[in-house]
Unconditional design. Structure first.
Length: 314
């Protein structure tokens, strides 16, 4: 257990433009608190394998394992992740030290010629490699042709610009963080396309033994986001917790400030043999254990309705 904070902190991050923006954002917040902070840019396996969907090559952990190695070997002290890319079960010895305030959690419709999903002609080609988006799109527009789309935001936009797709679906938060607001033709409402667990939030990962650093990072935490995303991640964890699970989960706080969460989740069959299954619940949440319980309840409702649990990747 390390009870001493290093004199200089190093953040491990992927090298994509969005990942660097996220790491620099945390760097600036820590600097404002008086800390000296540098970045360690790294390429991950998930960044290198672009010809197959994540669900076929090992899941979301491919985006974080090299960063965790850097933490383990002492090259860096913390890693900054898009929370939706963080596996639901971290390896032994690692912990999410905090979750920062969520940005835009919704999905964006991006197209040159069409303003919204309903405007796409029959048989139009839509790019996404997310099983969640795929099953929802198949429900909304079964006539569309859905093609895989991997790579960072700039790569995906370039493929759209080159005419490979009529439209693509991206997380709105990433586009907004990179100043690409004008690329968004419209936002999907949660009623149309419920977000992924943790979408729009950042998670800071450290080694469990770094008690002083964990305490320091609490200054960046946003408890409402942390509790909401904990409930969302609990749904995913209970159903298998990987990107091979076609699952959406999103929680919002009650508007009357009663400390209650409204948690919704959707499970879809990637083979299209079952209809979309939906579940929701409202309940008081004041700490992580209550958030976990709420998520487990929603997951059980989906399982009772016929959803399939997927085994966690080894």
């Amino acid at each position: 257990m390390s009870t001493t904070l290093p004199s200089s902190l190093t953040i491990a991050t992927r090298k994509s433009r969005l990942a660097l923006w996220q790491a620099e954002h945390i760097q600036q917040r820590l600097k404002a608190l008086g800390h000296t902070v540098s970045l360690l840019g790294m390429s991950t396996t998930g960044d290198q394998i672009l010809d197959r969907s994540l669900s076929k090559v090992g899941g979301k952990g491919l985006f974080v394992k090299e960063l965790e190695t850097a933490l383990l070997e002492g090259q860096a002290h913390l890693a900054v992740h898009s929370l939706k890319d963080v596996p639901m079960e971290l390896p032994e010895g690692f912990v999410l030290a905090c979750v920062t305030e969520r940005g835009n959690p919704y999905d964006a419709f991006v197209s040159h010629h069409y303003a919204q999903l309903d405007d796409l002609p029959q048989g139009a080609v839509v790019g996404t490699s997310s099983l969640r988006r795929q099953v929802i799109l198949q429900h909304l527009r079964p006539d569309l042709k859905i093609e895989p789309l991997r790579g960072n935001i700039d790569t995906r936009l370039r493929k759209l610009d080159e005419g490979h797709f009529d439209a693509i679906i991206l997380a709105a938060a990433g586009l907004e963080r990179l100043g690409l607001h004008d690329r968004i033709r419209c936002l999907f409402t949660p009623e149309q396309m419920l977000p992924a667990a943790g979408q729009g939030a950042l998670g800071l990962e450290v080694r469990t033994q770094e008690s002083a650093l964990i305490a320091t990072l609490q200054a960046l935490a946003h408890p409402p986001t942390w509790l909401a995303t904990a409930a969302e991640r609990a749904v995913s964890r209970a159903l298998g917790g990987s990107c091979s699970v076609p699952l959406a989960a999103h929680a919002v706080w009650s508007e009357d400030n009663t400390g209650s969460l409204w948690l919704r989740a959707i499970w879809g069959d990637p083979e299209g043999r079952q209809p979309l299954l939906e579940a929701d619940i409202r309940g008081p949440v004041q700490h992580i254990e209550q958030a976990d319980q709420l998520g487990q309840q929603v997951a059980q409702m989906l399982l009772d309705a016929g959803a399939k649990r997927t085994a966690l990747p080894a």
